[in-house]
Write a protein that binds this ligand. Structure first.
Ligand code: SAH
Ligand code: SF4
Ligand code: F3S
Length: 449
């Protein structure tokens, strides 16, 4: 089957293009989809309009992401007239929702393949059915077995994502993720270490460990397998220079994890710790299982270990029942923490979640006013935090040409700040020392020293 498929792809010089929505998990899964396709002989193209195979890797965490997807799929109605024999697939979280794949295939007869987050390793057989047998294929089963050794085509030459845990058991009342991603499954630490060692050999020196709640890592394995032990192993056994993770949940952030800061040399001075709300009443309604006071004490302890730690967060405004006073509590928490960045969202009602059935849903206007107020504050906070870098020297892992043309290069500090400086394409992939001479809310600028 593989050989026949490969021969067909080579003979027709087939190309692919993936459009990815959603979080890092999805970005990484697109790297796996690309890995499988390139192992079969497909070549990437940047423009959907030219591709023989278009894949939409989807997100459903908020309503508008899903709505946008249907618009974009609909717009491809005539694609097959332009590119003879083209295939179209829709994958990812939207497809894991009940009956979504069936409905999609019915609504868009030109879609050939629908597959969920557990289906990537079956892509080859799906393609065989679609390309050779000319069938339409749906693969959204609930088999949550972890499959190792799926080929991955990584975007970065120096930085990489590594999954450590799949799924989520937390059921925050607003969130659809546990329904589409299933229960928590941890990868075996030996598999993770092996993957990281191989990445190091290929020149990767920065990794981000991925999971909906990395703190739960190992809960489904044996007692000595914990997130803290995994971090320690990666730090001591591999050559990784910069270690990050996303996302940790404040409710089970342990003292052991806090102690890793400032003691594990590779662990970067940055934490993404989603707070969602500053109101204890709302946090309880959200089923977050921590209080504002607990969250603030975590930040205090972390900053006691690493004074210049960068802290970023996620915040939802307009959760059902959120009052003006609750929102003020969020504002005051944001002021107190002094975030380096915050991803802010208006609450989006997701059918099937508990919050969707709660009373006192806020109206759109209230949500958008609160979001605007919050965003103004977050921007001020970002600028304030960035000001502290003025005149300081930082280590930047250069990752791409900057926005201002060929002579500008951009990269990240250990604290996840974007820094741009005058350089050449040869700097990309290098660690460059830069002295900061200008700061804005979203980026720092400087000169190489
Ligand atoms: N597992 C991660 C986040 C996954 S979703 C965590 O727990 O932090 C990323 C972010 O989307 C969440 O942190 C939350 O802020 C936001 N989000 C999730 N569901 C949402 C909804 N229904 N409406 C608005 N924002 C939502
Ligand atoms: Fe969603 Fe909460 Fe799980 Fe994050 S921890 S994925 S917000 S349910
Ligand atoms: Fe979206 Fe799925 Fe991530 S719903 S946020 S792509 S886990």
């Amino acid at each position: 089957m593989t050989e026949q498929l490969k021969a067909y792809i080579a003979k027709n010089e087939l190309t692919y293009c993936i459009e990815t929505y959603g979080c890092q998990m999805n970005t990484h899964e697109s790297e796996k989809i690309a890995g499988v396709l390139e192992a079969l002989g497909y070549c990437p193209v940047a423009q959907k309009a030219e591709a023989d195979f278009i894949i939409f890797n989807t997100c459903c965490v908020r309503q508008h992401a899903e709505a946008r997807l249907y618009g974009n799929v609909g717009a491809l109605k005539d694609h097959k007239d332009h590119v003879n024999g083209a295939l179209i697939a829709v994958s990812g979280c939207v497809m894991q929702q009940k009956d979504a794949a069936k409905k999609l295939m019915k609504r868009f007869p030109f879609v050939d393949i629908a597959f969920g987050t557990n289906g990537i390793h079956r892509l080859e057989s799906m393609l065989y059915d679609a390309l050779i047998e000319k069938k339409r294929v749906i693969c959204v089963d609930e088999d949550e077995t972890i499959v190792e050794d799926v080929p991955i085509r990584r975007e970065g030459a120096r930085s990489a994502f590594v999954n450590i845990i799949y799924g989520c058991n937390n059921f925050c009342t607003y969130c659809i993720v546990p329904y589409v991603r299933g229960r928590e499954r941890s990868r075996h630490p030996d598999d993770i270490i092996r993957e990281i060692e191989e990445l190091c050999k290929k020149g990767i020196s920065e990794i981000t460990l991925l999971g909906q709640n990395v703190n739960s890592y190992g809960n489904d394995l044996s007692a000595d397998i914990t997130f803290v032990n995994l971090l320690k192993r990666i730090d001591s056994q591999t050559d990784i220079k910069r270690l990050r993770f996303m996302t940790s949940h404040p409710k089970d952030m342990s003292d052991g994890l806090i102690e890793c800061y400032g003691s594990l040399k590779s662990l970067c001075e940055h934490i993404h710790l989603p707070v969602q709300s500053g109101s204890n009443r709302v946090l309880q309604l959200m089923n977050r299982r921590y209080t504002r006071e607990h969250y603030l004490s975590l930040i205090k302890h972390l900053k006691a270990r690493v004074p210049d730690l960068a802290v970023t967060t996620d915040i939802i405004v307009g959760f059902p029942g959120e009052t003006e006073q609750d929102f003020e509590d969020t504002i005051s928490l944001v002021k107190e923490v002094g975030y380096d960045a915050a991803y802010t969202f208006a609450y989006s009602k997701r059918t099937g979640t508990k919050a969707a059935d709660m009373e006192n849903q806020n109206d759109k206007q209230t949500m958008s006013e609160r979001l605007t107020r919050l965003n103004v504050l977050v921007k001020e906070s970002m600028r304030d935090r960035n000001r502290a870098y003025l005149g300081h020297t930082v280590e930047v892992l250069a990752d791409s040409p900057g926005k201002r043309g060929r002579s500008e290069i951009s990269g990240r500090t250990r604290t996840a700040k974007t820094v741009s400086f005058e350089g050449t394409l040869e700097d990309v992939g290098q660690y460059v020392t830069v002295k900061i001479d200008k700061v804005m809310a979203h980026t720092l600028r400087g000169v190489r020293v």
